[in-house]
Design a protein around this ligand. Structure first.
Ligand code: FAD
Length: 500
């Protein structure tokens, strides 16, 4: 029996990004009333990927009081303004899904409706030209602007990020145990988890457990038997191969996602190196073929042996069961196309902390937690399916499958609504807002057949002036930004590799 008397004992199983993000947040906010232990195994290690994020991570940093420049230096980070999608709509086609908003909306109608009128008049430029984040990314410029005038996220070195959070968690009293979990014990009557036994015989007893053991899902899946909902009929990619290369040239402030015949390849620029990988469907491409293609396509010599990661896209049927919450890969996985996993980790941590049990787990909390998580994950899943399904590509069996497969009803409705009216609506608590759906649907080649009548209230001259005004504001702001590389060198030069 370990721990301090009177305090709820929390055991976090696993020390990847999920484990350490959980430990840092719990330690910082509830550390004085909880007794927190994290156990991780150096032998097993972590998944070792997960380097592109989305702007919501800024909220996590703020809640934890993380100094941004300090974090960026420690993780060799770069800023991210969006994702460039190459070869997704057609081979040799490119579009960008950026953060932020495009143009200016009216309360009755999104900017795309006014842009639609401009298109009909033959005067509108590409939709993205009216978006500050997108244009700053294209010109490889970056700076912090007042009032988050430029929306951004980060590219981070995942191991360095976990190490950074570990320091923070330990400074808030979290105890780290190194060791391999051999056995998970349950109460004979209630079925609740009671303890983890390590291979060296150490017993870690707990009142509440967080399963961050990655794809193994040792607690939630293996021990509590919570099933897994398989979504591979919608998202058939089931393998990734990751490899790192040296940086060549200044880092771009965006992630590249380059589609190939049976999936896609990522390129994530850090200050000290580039993260690369391919995501593919093993039904259409062998591991050896994918590995060779990745090595042929990357820029520069690999810094490590390419590593194969096998996965099954889907979600745990419950994310909280009994006295155990699953966070990270143990609770499900949607491929990294829109960098949503770390966001989901953060959301689960915040949700768990809002519903943290006091004097016993409430079944109503459990039901609420599971419903909220499922809703959130399904919305993200649909957004990812959109990229695969809405394509003109039919050059390989993989793309023919994606193009013709059945899709979820909700997604079908969103696409039809956009095609017929140009309208997009965001329901409460959905991650991707109107601008994201619009950018990706337009980018993937879906053009609305009509626009809202509000756009006809303007005269031709007014529409022209309106579009030009937005465009010139975007250009003027981007002109005033320094290069991304210069800004990094000034604001947060990497300290990775330096001795503390
Ligand atoms: P892991 O990193 O696998 O950690 C599991 C932990 O559990 C380890 O510490 C391990 O030692 C421990 N453990 C397991 N079993 C035992 C045991 N028996 N005893 C003791 N310890 C044990 N997300 C993003 O947001 N952006 C991205 O760009 C992105 N890219 C990705 C690319 C790929 C190919 C994949 C597969 C995932 C990607 N993700 C991305 C997801 C992201 O990597 C994960 O969400 C994140 O790393 C969290 O992983 P985790 O902590 O849940 O699991």
């Amino acid at each position: 029996m370990q721990g301090q008397p009177g305090k709820t004992k929390v055991i976090i199983a696993g020390g990847g990004t999920a484990g350490w993000m959980t430990a840092a947040a719990l330690g910082k906010v509830l550390g004085s009333v909880l007794d927190i232990t994290l156990v991780e195994s150096d032998v097993i290690g972590t998944v070792g990927v997960g380097e592109a994020t989305i702007p919501t991570l800024l909220t996590y940093n703020q809640l934890l009081g993380i100094d941004e420049a300090m974090m960026m230096k420690a993780v060799g980070g770069t800023f991210k303004l969006g994702i460039a999608f190459e070869n997704w709509t057609d081979v040799d086609h490119r579009y960008v899904h950026s953060f932020g908003i495009t143009g200016r909306d009216h309360w009755t109608a999104g900017f795309q409706q006014f842009w639609g009128r401009g298109r009909a008049m033959g005067i509108a430029e590409d939709f993205g030209h009216y978006c500050l984040e997108l244009m700053a990314g294209e010109r490889e410029r970056f700076a912090h602007l007042p009032n988050l005038g430029l929306n951004y996220a980060y590219h981070i070195d995942s191991s360095a990020y976990a190490a950074f959070l570990r320091k923070m968690a330990e400074s808030h009293g979290v105890i780290r145990r190194e060791g391999m979990i051999d056995h998970v014990s349950r109460d004979g009557e209630t079925g609740d988890l009671t303890a983890l036994t390590l291979t060296d015989g150490t017993v870690l007893e707990g009142d509440f457990f967080v399963d961050c053991t990655g794809f193994r899902a040792l607690l939630l899946g293996e021990t509590l038997g919570v099933g897994y909902e398989d979504w591979t009929h919608w998202l058939p990619c089931d393998r990734a191969i990751a490899v790192q290369t040296p940086s060549i040239g200044p880092p771009r402030p965006y992630t590249r996602s380059i589609a190939h015949g049976a999936g896609w390849r990522w390129q994530i620029p850090l200050q000290h190196r580039t993260g690369n990988g391919t995501v593919f469907c093993s039904r259409y491409m062998s591991e050896e073929e994918a590995r060779q293609k990745l090595l042929d396509d990357i820029d520069g010599e690999p810094l490590n042996e390419p590593r194969v990661i096998r996965f099954r896209t889907g979600s745990r049927r419950q994310h909280w069961s009994r006295n155990c919450v699953g966070i990270g890969l143990s609770s499900g996985f949607i491929e990294p196309l829109e960098s949503t996993s770390i966001h989901l980790i953060q959301r689960s941590i915040m949700r768990m902390m809002r519903m943290f049990p006091h004097g016993g787990v409430s079944t109503s909390d459990v039901a609420e937690f599971n419903a909220q998580t499922a809703y959130e994950v399904e919305h993200i899943r649909d957004f990812i399916i959109l990229h695969y399904h809405l394509t003109n590509r039919s050059d390989t069996p993989f793309w023919r499958h994606c193009r013709t497969m059945e899709i979820p009803d909700n997604l079908c409705h969103r696409m039809k609504l956009f095609e017929e009216t140009g309208r997009v609506f965001k329901a409460n608590d959905e991650l991707f807002a109107e601008n994201s759906w619009t950018q990706v649907m337009l980018g993937q080649g879906l053009l609305p057949r009509s626009y809202h009548p509000i756009a006809d209230v303007m005269s031709d001259e007014e529409v022209d002036r309106f579009l030009k005004h937005i465009r010139s504001n975007v250009d003027r702001t981007v002109d005033g930004l320094p290069s991304h590389a210069d800004y990094l060198a000034r604001f947060c030069p990497s300290t990775l590799g330096q001795i503390d």
